[in-house]
Every structure is written in structure tokens, then in C-alpha cells.
Write a protein that binds this ligand. Structure first.
Ligand SMILES: [Ca+2]
Length: 481
């Protein structure tokens, strides 16, 4: 395997001092290496378990989301936008690195389960070049506010992965203390220090929003990158008093409406600071909604944790007044992995070229360029370590599997090969494999390519890279004063 350029080499190669590697704070960030006056700011708003049909501009008739609807009217909706997994950790690893989870070995935790738990030995390898690392190199000030879930040990935290500052919970909000485990009370972390435990979850959405508004205001005169992975609407649901009992869709609707309020606060801040035309904002979710009451994946089949469209196709809005067309829809196949190469281009750089990056530059699609097409020949749907489906163009092939792996529980036996035309049949209801043997053959060949490259259940791929690992992980605890 090709030598992987580590973070230190990477920064050396672009002439930054090793001191940039030290645990940073927002105020200590000083280095600026290039003329950044024309580069946009970036904001990624990443919900947790929000479904395809949970917001007004994607079809919800229950949840009131005027701010997201306005964002869509002022920007472009992406309707075939994917995450790489139906659960949190692997999905997030792709957003950060521009790679499939198996590429960076974040498709399972240290014991083979589908997500990281507190005090796991595993985490996102600090040698990976995250989207924050790339932008920081270009002179951006970077903040992560929200749920991280790519490792709770110090080497894996956002502050060691390219973010100048961090405020949030390090993993899911249902992973607080339990008698039968060594899990600590749910920690709220600032940079690398626990400041509250258990975190008051009712006020998290509000506090995240205030934190982001404060960060944007403080950094309005220089390029910035905000990554806001909300804790909500992952279960258990929490909402601040101002939104409790207000929606027509129970507690779930209250939570979604507070998230919508949060988006409104952030966009309004950008407008007021005259930054709207200088800031690209992406709104999406880390995986589909669970099958629970009040939640909706719209017309899509399946739910969180599956390789049906409902698990991995997300509502996505891209907003950048003056640069991204208004009121448009793009149905070309795009995904979270594309954000790293796209942002790299807009920030005047390129993705790392010493390693495979799976994402592609989708700026022509975001910019609404005529005749722009998806740069992806294929998109692969994995469940933990198992390749389960492949999409190419309008076709999606579910592979025939003797044992179809589930994130939790026993596998489903004897799943037949199925082919769906997603343009005609977004709900994956009409298997047309028999009518299109040549399409099946082509997609099976693409699946074989993924197997060789990324691996499959019971086999490694030839181009996987190692995850980060610590031998003696410790719980994140509130330190006594
Ligand atoms: Ca999630």
C-alpha cells in the first residue's frame, strides 16, 4: 500500500509549522497563508436521524419548517443526496474524509458493532485529512459544534481533527451512564474538557445555535468553516421550553421545528453580517428517520439502519445567494463524500492526492450548470461490513444475499436479487430484474469492483486504510474543581 502522508507531513508539505498541531482554541488561531478574500465560508448543518419527508420543502405536511422552506426557495434542493451508511459513525466518517466508511475503517467499532460506543478503542484515524484539516490549511478558522461520534478518546476528538474549537457531545445522546457498563454520564465537552455531565439535553439545540451565531459573528472578517452536527432528532427527544407542545406532530414535531428555528437564526445572522453571498450553507441529515411515530422518510422505503432509500437518501438543501440557483431541484446522484472535494475546489485547493478519495467535486451541479451530471458511475450501500446494494444512474440493484446483515439482531436469510428503477419507482416496490438482465450484469460488475477495492463481509479490500486505535481508553469525565 502507498505510504499514507500523516498529518504532520501534510502540514509540513504546505509550509505550516508543527505548532498548528497543538490543541487549539479559537482565539489562538493566527496563521493565514493565502489571499482568502474571495473564498466562501462554509457551514454544514447535519441533523441526526432526520427523515427525507420530515421538512416542509421535502413534503412534510405536519412539521412547520418556514426557515428551511425559505432556504430551499433561496437555494437548490438535492433530491438524490446520499449518506454512506444508515447509522451515525460510518456516515460521519464519510462526511469528514470524503471516503466510504470501509475505506477509512470506520464501518464498525472495536468489537464489530455498527457504531462507536463510549470508551471505544477505535476512532477516526488522526492521519486522515478531514474537511476541516483541508480548510484550515487554506486559512479558515474552523468550529465543530454538536455531536461528533468519531471517537471519544483525545486523539480522535474534533480538536485533533482540524477543528480550532469544539462544543458538544462526543457521541449519541442515548449513550449516557448505565449500571452495566463503564459509560460515564453524557458529557458536554468544550474543546477537550467536560464542562457538564450529564448534559442538559433540553437546551442543546438552543445552545448549539447560540454557539454558532457567536462563532460566525466573531469570525465575520475572515474565512470560516462551521460543522454543526445536531444532537436532534436522535432519540431520546429533547426540546427547549419555547418549542415544547407547539407543533401539530407531538414531541418529534417540536424538535424538528426547533431545528428549523436554528437554521433560521444562522441564516439570519449571515444576512445581517452581510455574509450571505459569501457563505455556502448545506443542510442535510446523517441517516434516515427511524420507523417511529411522527417520523417520515416520505415516499422512500425503509428507515434508519437499512440500505433501502429511506436509510440513506437524505433531504439536502444547498444555499449560497448569488452563486447557487434559487428555487431549483437537482436529482443527480450526489453524496456527503462530495463535500470535501467540492469545498476544496472552492477554497482554492485540491483534495489530498496521496490517497484515494471517493467523493467528487459537484460544484457544477451546485452551480446549476447546464448539462452537469453526477460524477459517480456507481454508489455503494454497505451495512456494517457487508455490501448490500449498488446504484448507477437511475438503477439500484439489491444483491442476492444468503444472510443479509442487520445493524442489530439476526441477519435476514435468502434475500433475492432485486433491481429498481428509482426514477420511475422511488419507493423500491417493483422489482424489474428479469426485464433488464444487461443492467443487472453491469451493476454486478460494479459491485465486484467495490468488493475488490473496499472489501465485503469476510474479506478485506485492497485499498482500505487503518482506523485510529488506543489501547487503554478512558471515560470522558467531569473533573472536580
Ligand atoms: Ca444518526
Amino acid at each position: 500500500m502507498k505510504k499514507i502522508l500523516n498529518r504532520r507531513d501534510f502540514f509540513k508539505s504546505v509550509g505550516l509549522a508543527a505548532t498548528a498541531l497543538a490543541a487549539p482554541s479559537c482565539s489562538s488561531f493566527a496563521q493565514q497563508t493565502a489571499d482568502t478574500s474571495r473564498r466562501p465560508n462554509f457551514v454544514i448543518i447535519f441533523c441526526d436521524d432526520l427523515g427525507y419527508g420530515d421538512i416542509g420543502c421535502f413534503g412534510s405536511a405536519k412539521n412547520r419548517t418556514p426557515n428551511l422552506d425559505r432556504m430551499a426557495a433561496e437555494g437548490t434542493r438535492f433530491t438524490s443526496f446520499y449518506v454512506t451508511s444508515g447509522v451515525c459513525t460510518p456516515s460521519r466518517s464519510s462526511l469528514m474524509t470524503g471516503c466510504y466508511p470501509r475505506r477509512v475503517n470506520m464501518h464498525q467499532n472495536d468489537t464489530g458493532l455498527c457504531v462507536l460506543f463510549p470508551v471505544n478503542k477505535k476512532g477516526l484515524n488522526p492521519d486522515e485529512i478531514t474537511i476541516a484539516d483541508l480548510l484550515k490549511r487554506q486559512g479558515y478558522t474552523t468550529a465543530c459544534v454538536g455531536k461528533w461520534h468519531l471517537g471519544d478518546q483525545p486523539p480522535f476528538l474534533p480538536t485533533r481533527q482540524g477543528f480550532d474549537c469544539y462544543f458538544g457531545i462526543p457521541y449519541s445522546n442515548d449513550m449516557g451512564s448505565r449500571k452495566d457498563t463503564n459509560r460515564p454520564p453524557l458529557p458536554l465537552v468544550r474543546n477537550e474538557k467536560v464542562i457538564e455531565a450529564p448534559a442538559d439535553q433540553n437546551t442543546l439545540t438552543k445552545r448549539y445555535t447560540e454557539e454558532v451565531v457567536k462563532f460566525i459573528t466573531a469570525n465575520k472578517d475572515k474565512p470560516f468553516f462551521v460543522y454543526l452536527p445536531h444532537t436532534m432528532p436522535h432519540m431520546p427527544l429533547h426540546v427547549s421550553d419555547a418549542f415544547r407542545g407547539r407543533s401539530a406532530n407531538g414531541l418529534y414535531g417540536d424538535v424538528v421545528e426547533e431545528l428549523d428555528w436554528s437554521v433560521g437564526q444562522i441564516l439570519q445572522t449571515l444576512r445581517e453580517l452581510d455574509l450571505a453571498e459569501k457563505t455556502l450553507v448545506v443542510f442535510t441529515s446523517d441517516n434516515g428517520a427511524t420507523g417511529g411515530k411522527g417520523r417520515s422518510n416520505g415516499p422512500l422505503r425503509g428507515h434508519k439502519g437499512t440500505t433501502w432509500e429511506g436509510g440513506q437518501r437524505e433531504p439536502c438543501i444547498v444555499w449560497w445567494p448569488g452563486n447557487v440557483p434559487t428555487g431549483k431541484t437537482c436529482d443527480e446522484l450526489t453524496c456527503t463524500m462530495d463535500l470535501l472535494p467540492t469545498f476544496a475546489r472552492l477554497a482554492g485547493t485540491k483534495p489530498p492526492d496521496d490517497r484515494i478519495i471517493d467523493g467528487k467535486d459537484i460544484w457544477p451541479l451546485m452551480a446549476g450548470q447546464k448539462a452537469a451530471k453526477s460524477p459517480h458511475e456507481a454508489f455503494y450501500y454497505y451495512q456494517v461490513d457487508q455490501l448490500q446494494a449498488v446504484r448507477s444512474g437511475k438503477w439500484k440493484l439489491h444483491l442476492a444475499l444468503k444472510q443479509k446483515r442487520k445493524n442489530w439482531g439476526k441477519p435476514t436469510p435468502d434475500v433475492p436479487l432485486q433491481l429498481y428503477d428509482l426514477h420511475a419507482d422511488i419507493g423500491e416496490t417493483n422489482n424489474v430484474a428479469d426485464q433488464h438482465p444487461e443492467v443487472v450484469k453491469r451493476l454486478l460488475a460494479l459491485a465486484q469492483k467495490a468488493r475488490d477495492d473496499l472489501g465485503d463481509i469476510g474479506r478485506e479490500g485492497k485499498n482500505q486504510r487503518p482506523a485510529g486505535w488506543v489501547e487503554n481508553p478512558k471515560p470522558l469525565l467531569l473533573e472536580p474543581n
